[in-house]
Structures are given as C-alpha cells and as structure tokens.
Design a protein around this ligand. Structure first.
Ligand code: MG
Length: 268
C-alpha cells in the first residue's frame, strides 16, 4: 500500500516511463486517489455546508419568482418547467463522499451501483417548488443525462420522494449523447417552456459546452438576458462541464497531469 504523497508521486513517475503492464495499473490507482483527494473540499462544501443548503433554498425561491413573472406573460401553448435531475432535484453528494472515502473517482460502474440504490435525497426546496408549479397548472419535465437503463430506478427514486408528474413521458433520459437540445425541442412542440433549472449552464443551452474562450464566461455575458429571464442555476462544486473542459477525457493519470498543468500555467 502507498500511504504517502511522495509514494503516489513515485508511482506517477513510473507511469510516465511505461504505460503497459501491472506497473501502469498501480499508477492508475495512484492518480485516481490523488484526484479523489483533490475533490475533497468541493465534496465537503456540497455535502456538509449549510451554505449550499441555503443556496438551493435561495435558488428555488428565485425559481418561483421567475416562474410567476414568466407565467404572467401571454403565450400560445400550455406552460412547462424543465428541470435537470442530478444536483438540481436529486442530491448525489453522498456518492461523491463515498468516492473520496474509498480514494476512487467516478466510473460508469460505481455510478450505476449508486443510482440503482435509489437513495439520492431531494435537494432543499426542489419538491415544494415543483409541487407549486404542478399546482398552478404547469407541466413539469425532468431532462436528465442518466441513461435509459437507469431511468426506472430514477423514476422510482423521484416518486418515493414525492416529486410531481413523474410519469414515464415526463422523465427524459439520455438516449444518444449528452446534448439535451433535442429533448428540450420535443417538450417545446406542445408546450411553452417558461423556466429551466439546472446545475450546469448546458441545462439551458448546449452552446455552453464550449469553454475554449475565457472558460465560457464571455458567453454568460452574451446570453445574460435570456439566462436571467428563463434559467435558474444551482451550485455544484463537485463535477461538471467546467471541470471536464480542463481535465478532458482519458485516464486518471492524464487528467491529473492536465489539472496540475492548469494550476502551474495559471499561477501568478
Ligand atoms: Mg445536473
């Protein structure tokens, strides 16, 4: 077992010399553990801070204000609210706590194990906001990048927590890529989308996938009017497009290398 930072670094260096065989496999575990440790503050903030607890309540209070305002405008079709699922209505921070405790990072397998447990808690304010939307005649659609295989357990998790309108045709899981544009368009065929809620800017507009210029901040400025009118953003310090843009895809060792380079490149 490697117990020290130096130990991990030594393993990491071995990986650079050879990327085949058992040595590479143990280096891989080492880099994953370092990445997992690096995420600890973000996970603590999300899981154990009253600040995030209140940020959700605050954001759902803002959602209600925006919903009421947008519903007062004339429209051609029945109104709909679209919400994302993970870190918008369901709280997966306990899964992330487990990753840190075990020194591991996300894999499709360990995520599938968690989502199948159906034990995600509701985020503060989510159930009451959506019940309010439901009570005033708004359609509610859940657009999530959980896979089709995960859809049944997601539905049952949402239903157990008392979320409204959790019929199968109101929970739109990922069938192809992670781009939600087509699913939003499908909702817009019969509804006027009056509000979107998500922990990622991509839950509003896929153009936010591009973080190549100023980490996407200029695009926020360019789209500020429509964001302020139609979107409510929730905090997620644990993962997202913002982090993927820096880590990119690849092995844990490759991701760790890119993160380290990012900090070095951006230090004063
Ligand atoms: Mg999400």
């Amino acid at each position: 077992m490697i117990h020290t930072w130096t130990g991990f670094c030594a393993l990491f260096l071995v990986a650079c010399a050879s990327n085949k065989g058992p040595a590479a496999a143990s280096v891989q575990r080492g880099a994953g553990t370092v990445l997992s440790d690096m995420s600890a503050d973000a996970v603590l903030y999300q899981y154990a801070s009253a600040e995030v607890h209140y940020l959700y309540l605050q954001s759902y209070a803002l959602a209600r204000l925006k919903l009421d305002r947008n519903l007062s405008a004339p429209r051609q079709k029945p109104p709909a609210v679209i919400v994302d699922v993970d870190e918008t209505v369901l709280d997966n921070s306990r899964y992330e706590v487990t990753n840190v405790a075990l020194g591991r990072t996300y894999t499709p397998e360990n995520w599938a194990e968690w989502s199948a447990m159906e034990e995600a808690d509701p985020l503060p304010g989510a159930v009451s906001f959506l019940r309010y939307a439901d009570s005033i005649g708004c359609a509610v659609f859940y657009i999530t990048n959980r896979s089709l295989e995960e859809c049944p357990s997601t539905l049952s998790n949402l239903r157990r927590l008392g979320f409204p309108q959790t019929e199968e045709d109101h929970v739109l899981c990922k069938e192809g890529g992670s781009d939600k544009t087509e699913r939003r368009r499908a909702v817009a065929e019969a509804h006027e989308i009056v509000l979107l809620c998500g922990d990622q800017l991509r839950d509003m507009d896929e153009r936010f996938k591009d973080r190549s210029v100023e980490h996407g901040k200029g695009m926020v400025t360019a789209m500020r009017d429509s964001l302020e009118r139609y979107f409510v953003l929730f905090p997620n310090a644990m993962y997202g497009t913002w982090r993927d843009a820096i880590m990119e895809r690849g092995t844990d060792a490759e991701k760790l290398g890119r993160v380290r380079r990012f900090f070095k490149d951006n230090a004063y």
